[in-house]
Design a binder for this molecule. Structure first.
Ligand code: ROI
Length: 167
């Protein structure tokens, strides 16, 4: 690398919402992510309707996955995503796995494996979450999840759990 070029990483972001017009939340987040300096959209999955994982006394979710290229490091990218969550009214309550207007997770950051207090990639819940695996498979069927398996194998082992594409 030199001063005139910088590495571009392909990263995948999971989007989820189950409060305050989830489809609008996801579409607004997509626009906002495209406005982050150093981020460019490569692909965006269909929107999916999913049943809540975790506490069941909350509304169903809308989920999607976005592929980007980025010149940002993983923590700078995380900061940009958290600023969007906050701008879209995310309230961080004590409750684990509660309802939220917008959740933006870095699922994968190139082939990097990270285990930091604020960021674990590949995302730790990925293999068990149909609402992440199926949209990801839609836009990147040949992906290999670092230190895990081929995405296609993870998808084959993961029940749909009520996941369906929105039309
Ligand atoms: N459940 C679904 N279906 N979709 C999500 O995005 C989602 N996000 C979460 C928890 C609360 C674990 N459950 C979810 O953070």
């Amino acid at each position: 690398m030199n001063n005139f070029s910088c590495e571009l990483i392909t990263a995948y972001i999971g989007l989820g919402s189950n409060l305050e017009a989830p489809v609008t939340q996801i579409n607004s987040a997509r626009l906002a992510i495209n406005q982050i300096d150093g981020v460019k959209e490569l692909a965006f999955s269909s929107l999916y309707h999913s049943l809540p994982m975790g506490p069941q006394d909350q509304p169903d979710y809308v989920n999607a996955v976005m592929a980007i290229t980025t010149s940002l490091g993983p923590l700078a990218l995380l900061g940009g995503l958290q600023a969007i969550e906050n701008a879209q009214g995310r309230v961080r309550k004590g409750e684990r796995w509660g309802a939220r207007t917008l959740d933006l997770d870095i699922l994968l950051y190139g082939n990097t494996e990270l285990d930091l207090p604020d960021l674990k990639v590949p995302h730790s819940g990925l293999a068990e979450r149909s609402f992440v695996l199926y949209p990801l498979y839609e836009i990147a069927p040949d992906l290999f999840i670092p230190n895990k398996a081929a995405l296609a194998d993870l998808v084959a082992k993961c029940p749909l759990d009520g996941l369906r594409r929105l039309d």
